[in-house]
Design a binder for this molecule. Structure first.
Ligand SMILES: *[C@@H]1O[C@H](CO)[C@@H](O)[C@H](O)[C@H]1NC(C)=O
Ligand SMILES: *[C@@H]1O[C@H](CO)[C@@H](O)[C@H](O)[C@H]1NC(C)=O
Ligand SMILES: *[C@@H]1O[C@H](CO)[C@@H](O)[C@H](O)[C@H]1NC(C)=O
Ligand SMILES: *[C@@H]1O[C@H](CO)[C@@H](O)[C@H](O)[C@H]1NC(C)=O
Length: 358
């Protein structure tokens, strides 16, 4: 049932805000259809609101966003489609405040264990005496990637990106896919990290190396989306996944491709509000975006679209599984100059090496 107050108020909102065309009955009709659509969206995403005022406010935001999505798609300028998803009742400002900005951008990419920096061709990978990487790679298909997780309202993308690289590296080395604990990193890695205010994936990997491993999510406890007291005592009787070393790669798409052909790699991008409206009907994300990196994600593959011929990265995000393609998305590869689309290679990608446990 639609509360009466909601219909009246939103009607008022529509009439008050529509300056161009349309008779009142048309607006009523439009409003009713939009409200039906909102209710279907709420049901699909299991959303409820504490009271009618909040529901009305969210309906207004939803309506505004749906209109933006439809207008943008009609204009066709993006080359891909925007769509509704779990975030369609958030304003751009709310979205940015909650899900973007979990990375403290810096130019300092040498926070890696002494003696372990290097790998895949300091400069030109083609000069390395190794076979060229395959044309396409998707580590999800090798079952080397856990489902996309949800950082919640906490700027902890740096922990999620780092942990995802360890999960995949551990699988590739040992054939065992485990959910490892972002919460442990968020609670315990306080070495120039800022918790829910942001941090660096390379330092998180460094912490795992320094502390001889990371706990599984099952043993440390579930992710709660806020920083709590670090409890390393839980480690005494629990299984740790260890890493042998932390590596960074040169900041180029060639080097990233070569590294990703071996294992998933954490990178930094500029996330912006167009990403808010990326859903599973969207194609390859092509921006627009700049290169002021503010978000950490993991590249888990790459390929080329058979129809359009557009090259892409397959990227694991930490905005839950209802965003994008089950939490993953495709980003254009080899575009927008030497820093890559959204600055994907403006900083060095990082990954851990995990040894085979004998
Ligand atoms: C994606 O967006 C389109 C257009 O808004 C919508 O029709 C579709 O239901 C959305 N898909 C999901 C899974 O939410
Ligand atoms: C990073 O380096 C660029 C170019 O040297 C500079 O313009 C920018 O201000 C630096 N950013 C930070 C956060 O230090
Ligand atoms: C990891 O956690 C997710 C979400 O709870 C679950 O679906 C998945 O089966 C777990 N394990 C692995 C190995 O992905
Ligand atoms: C998107 O997700 C919806 C709901 O899960 C599904 O019905 C639809 O087939 C999906 N579309 C694509 C293009 O994957």
């Amino acid at each position: 049932m639609v509360p009466l107050a909601l219909l009246q108020l939103s009607c008022f909102f529509l009439l008050a805000s529509s300056s161009a065309g349309g008779s009142a009955p048309d607006n009523d009709q439009h409003n009713r259809l939009m409200l039906d659509r909102f209710h279907r969206w709420m049901a699909f995403h299991g959303r409820s609101y504490p009271n009618d005022d909040e529901k009305l406010r969210r309906f207004e935001v939803y309506r505004h966003n749906v209109e933006y999505i439809e207008r943008t798609n009609r204009d066709g300028g993006l080359g891909y489609q925007l769509g509704e998803n779990d975030f369609t009742d958030l304003t751009s400002e709310e979205f940015a405040a909650r899900y973007i900005g979990g990375l403290i951008a810096n130019n300092d990419s040498k926070v890696i264990s002494e003696g372990y920096v290097a790998d895949v061709g300091k400069n030109d990978p083609s000069k390395l005496k190794i076979p060229p990487p395959p044309k396409k790679v998707d580590w999800r298909k090798e079952h080397a990637v856990t489902p996309a997780k949800d950082q919640g309202k906490c700027g902890s993308c740096w922990a999620f990106a780092a942990v995802a690289t360890v999960e995949s590296a551990h699988y590739i080395a040992n054939g065992k896919l485990l959910n490892l604990s972002e919460q442990e990193i968020l609670d315990c890695d306080r070495n120039d990290q800022y918790g829910c205010e942001g941090g660096f994936p390379d330092r998180a990997l460094q912490w795992i190396w320094d502390y001889d491993g990371i706990m599984t999510e099952d043993s440390y406890g579930p992710y709660v989306g806020e920083q709590q007291a670090c409890d390393l005592s839980r480690r005494a009787y629990n299984y740790l996944v260890t890493i042998e070393s932390v590596w960074s790669i040169p900041a180029s798409e060639e080097a990233l491709k070569l590294a990703v052909s071996r294992q998933p790699v954490a990178v930094t991008i500029e996330a912006n509000v167009n990403m808010q409206f990326y859903n599973n009907t969207s194609g390859i994300y092509t921006g627009p975006c700049a290169t002021l990196v503010n978000h950490a994600v993991v590249v888990v593959g790459y390929g080329r679209d058979a129809v359009s011929g557009v090259d892409y990265w397959i990227v694991k995000n930490s905005w839950g599984s209802k965003w994008g393609h089950n939490g993953f998305f495709l980003m254009r590869r080899g575009a927008d100059g030497p820093r890559g689309l959204c600055g994907i290679v403006s900083t060095q990608g990082v990954y851990p090496l995990v040894s085979v446990i004998l």
